[in-house]
Design a protein around this ligand. Structure first.
Ligand code: MRU
Length: 359
C-alpha cells in the first residue's frame, strides 16, 4: 500500500526484528513500531497494535523466529509457541502460521533453527501477498460482473464491516483488495463503511485505508447498515477470521446482523477468505469467541478538538458489559466465498481448496 508516496507493508522485516504499523494510533498518527523481542510481539497482537487474521498469523510467525534467535532449544520453541498462541483465540491464521514455522524447524539442529524460522516467516509474508492478489482478482471480477449486470451505473455501492484491508494483512487485504483492484480498473465502487464498534476498526482503519487509496466511501454507524441495505446496496463484502468446512463464517462482531439484513433484502453477501483461514477441524458452535475488556464498550478513545488523545467514558463505570469480539454467520446466509482458487459456494469451498495451505 502506498502512503505519502512510499510503499509500505503492514509488517516489514528489519534485520532480526520487524517493523509494524501501530494500528492503535491510526488514523491520527502513522507510526512504525519495532518489535525485537518475543514479549513485544505477543503484546502487539494482544493489544491490537497489529490485528486482522492474516497479519496476526504472520506477526506470530516472526515472533517465533525472534524467540529462536535468542534461544533455539526445544523448550524455547514450545514456550514461544504457547505464549503466542494464547494472545488471541479466534483467528485460525494464528495457529496455522505457528504450526507452519514450528514444523519447518522442529527437526533441525538447534543452531539451524533461527535462520530456518526467519525464512519460513518471510515465506509466509510473501505468500500472504500473493494470496491476497489472487483474492483481489477474483473479487474484483465478481464486482465488475455485478456492475455490468446492473447496466454499468455511475456508482456501485458495496457495504463492508470491520477492516479486511491492507492493514489486516501484509499487503492488499482480503475484502478490500477486491475493492482496490475494481476501483483501479474503472469499476466505480463506493463503499459503505460500518464504524465497527467497539474498537472502530471501520471508522479508524478502513476509512483511512480507502481514503489513502482514493476509493470513495461513506462512514456510517453499525446500526445504519440495515437501513442502507434497503436503499441501493449492490453487495456486502467482508473478510473472516475462521471458516468451517461447511462454510460458516466467523468474523468481527456485527457481521451476522449484516448478513441477516442482506438476506432479508436479497443482497449478495460475499466473504473474501484465504485458505489459511479455513479450519477443517471445527464446527461453528465450537469456535472460541474472544471476549474482550469491558472498557472497550464503556469508553471510547480518540482525539479531542485540541488534537490530544483522550479516552472518554460513555457508560456508567459499573455497567455490566458483554464484549464478544466475533460472531458466526451461518453458511446459509453466505452467497459465496471468494478464495485464492476462485469463487465457491460455502459448501464447496473447503474441498476446492484441499491440497492448498488451509488443509
Ligand atoms: O479484532 P480484529 O481487528 O483482529 O478483527 C479483524 C476482523 O474481524 C477482520 O474482518 C478479519 O480478520 C478479516 S481480515 C482480512
Amino acid at each position: 500500500m502506498k502512503y505519502r508516496g512510499r510503499h509500505y507493508r503492514s509488517i516489514e522485516r528489519e534485520g532480526d526484528a520487524v517493523l509494524v504499523i501501530d494500528q492503535a494510533r491510526l488514523p491520527h498518527e502513522f507510526v512504525q513500531t519495532r518489535l525485537a523481542t518475543l514479549e513485544s510481539v505477543a503484546q502487539a497482537i494482544r493489544h491490537l497494535t497489529v490485528r486482522g487474521a492474516p497479519l496476526i498469523g504472520v506477526t506470530a510467525a516472526y515472533g517465533l523466529a525472534i524467540a529462536l534467535r535468542s534461544d533455539s532449544s526445544n523448550d524455547s520453541l514450545r514456550t514461544a509457541q504457547t505464549l503466542l498462541l494464547a494472545t488471541r483465540p479466534t483467528a485460525r491464521n494464528l495457529s496455522w502460521a505457528l504450526r507452519a514455522v514450528s514444523s519447518a524447524v522442529a527437526n533441525l539442529k538447534p543452531e539451524a533453527r533461527a535462520d530456518a524460522a526467519w525464512a519460513a516467516a518471510d515465506a509466509l509474508a510473501e505468500a500472504d501477498i500473493a494470496t491476497n492478489l489472487a483474492l483481489a482478482r477474483h473479487g474484483s471480477a465478481l464486482l465488475r460482473t455485478l456492475w455490468e449486470e446492473r447496466g454499468r451505473p455511475a456508482r456501485l455501492d458495496v457495504a463492508t464491516h470491520c477492516n479486511a484491508g491492507w492493514l489486516a494483512c501484509v499487503d492488499w487485504g482480503t475484502a478490500l483488495a477486491a475493492l482496490y483492484m475494481a476501483h483501479d480498473e474503472g469499476v466505480p465502487v463506493h463503499v459503505w463503511v460500518d464504524e465497527t464498534r467497539p474498537v472502530n476498526q471501520g471508522a479508524r482503519l478502513t476509512a483511512w485505508e480507502l481514503g489513502a487509496h482514493g476509493v470513495p466511501y461513506t462512514l456510517q454507524v453499525d446500526g445504519a447498515s440495515g437501513y442502507r441495505l434497503q436503499h441501493g446496496i449492490a453487495a456486502c463484502l467482508v473478510g473472516a477470521d475462521r471458516v468451517t468446512a461447511q462454510g460458516d463464517v466467523c468474523n468481527k462482531i456485527g457481521t451476522y446482523l449484516l448478513a441477516l439484513a442482506a438476506r432479508d433484502n436479497g443482497i449478495p453477501f460475499y466473504v473474501s477468505v484465504p485458505s489459511s483461514t479455513f479450519d477443517p477441524t471445527i464446527s461453528r458452535d465450537d469456535i472460541e469467541i474472544e471476549e474482550r475488556p469491558a472498557n472497550e464498550v464503556t469508553h471510547v478513545w480518540g482525539r479531542n478538538d485540541a488534537g490530544a488523545y483522550e479516552r472518554v467514558q460513555v457508560a456508567p463505570a459499573d455497567a455490566p458489559v458483554g464484549n464478544p469480539a466475533f460472531d458466526v454467520t451461518p453458511a446459509r446466509l453466505v452467497s459465496a466465498l471468494i478464495t485464492e482458487r476462485g469463487v465457491f459456494s460455502p459448501g464447496e469451498a473447503m474441498s476446492s481448496l484441499s491440497g492448498t495451505r488451509g488443509s
